[in-house]
Ligand binder design. Structure first.
Ligand code: A3P
Length: 320
């Protein structure tokens, strides 16, 4: 029987020429599929997306955490993992909790990477399965929709995402990419020529689905998570069908989860080691602040991004 990886490669030979193509982020070829830009090959981004659409089997209890890169993926993975598994892994047992040893990306893997390797890791042993993905709603495997899985979406101020991406991407050394200046990154970002871009379409799509189907998708912003993390933890637990009892609240479990998943705690745990080749664990924890963009972007850049954002989010209740 063929592995999923072989399936992906087979089904994709010679198909590239059928997709609109642009050179974007870090000099990579990006391919447009259903309105979004995807990279190819290394992360098998577009190939896997298409292969998964018809072959991936979701479980109805699965939870999917959807983000644009740098919107708070690592943080939401930690928060949901700790909340959902709090009876299995006590959040006050600081030394033995998996998040005290493993990068949140190990505790909650990206679904496409698991798919590529035929789900060898412990995700199959975990109920419910929790996965991350950057892929937008439109291109998720059909069975995720059919099974009615719960989805959590996190968005973040695009100015902070741009700066975070810029600093992160130039540090990645897993393969030769063109290093970009901030001006160049700004240019491709505003045109949407980023992996899983355009940013604004990604956000709008999930925002709209969250209004139409509030029990299926919870829409959060990084900024509100920062403003009131305990409240976010409670909302997550309720949405995911495991609300905190009065006793748990009185015992401070919500605060324990907040502390366990705080930027400071996770940064300390993840000082050493690699997440994968060329990407250190530590690189997912830079500053963890709201509004840090102002140290990097010019007033003009900021204005341009604000204009694009205001235009795109007109009439929508999204604020940072
Ligand atoms: P900065 O570069 O602005 O510091 P992602 O996880 O989607 O790759 O996003 C990474 C961003 O989230 C980085 O932003 C990182 O510092 C921040 N981050 C990581 N863990 C966090 C946490 N526990 N709390 C708040 N921010 C966190």
């Amino acid at each position: 029987e063929k592995t999923n990886l072989a399936l992906v490669l087979d089904s994709f030979k010679d198909k590239y020429s059928t997709f609109p193509k642009e050179r974007g982020w870090m000099g990579e070829n990006l391919y447009m599929y259903r309105g979004y830009w995807f990279t190819s090959k290394t992360a098998f981004a577009i190939e896997t997306t298409i292969a998964m659409q018809n072959t991936f089997q979701a479980h109805s209890t699965d939870i999917y955490l959807i983000t644009q890169p740098k919107a708070g993926t690592t943080w939401i993975k930690a928060l949901v993992f700790a909340t959902v598994n709090r009876f299995k892994y006590k959040t006050n047992s600081l030394l033995t909790h998996p998040l005290r040893t493993f990068n949140p990306h190990k505790c909650v893997p990206f679904v496409e990477l698991e798919f590529l390797s035929n789900f060898p890791t412990y995700t199959n042993q975990h109920q419910p399965r929790i996965f991350g993905t950057h892929k937008p709603y439109t291109v998720l495997p059909q069975s995720i929709h059919d099974a009615g899985c719960r989805l959590v979406y996190v968005c973040r101020n695009p100015k902070d995402i741009l700066v975070s991406w810029f600093l992160f991407a130039n540090k990645m050394s897993d393969r030769p990419r063109v290093q970009m200046t901030l001006d160049e990154m700004f240019e491709v970002y505003t045109k949407g020529l980023m992996p899983y871009g355009p940013y604004w379409d990604h956000v709008k799509e999930h925002y709209k689905v969250s209004l139409e189907q509030p029990t299926r998708i919870l829409f959060l912003t990084y900024e509100e998570m920062k403003r009131d993390t305990p409240n976010t933890v409670k909302r997550l637990a309720e949405f995911l069908g495991c609300p905190f009892s009065k006793e748990e609240e009185a015992k401070g479990v919500v605060e324990e989860i907040t502390a366990l998943c705080s930027f400071e705690t996770l940064k300390e745990v993840n000082q050493l080691g690699n997440y994968r080749d060329g990407v250190t664990n530590e690189s997912f924890f830079r500053e963890g602040k709201v509004g840090g963009w102002s140290k990097y972007l010019t007033a003009e850049m900021s204005q341009t991004l604000d204009d694009i954002t205001n235009e795109n989010f007109k009439g929508l209740d999204i604020s940072f």
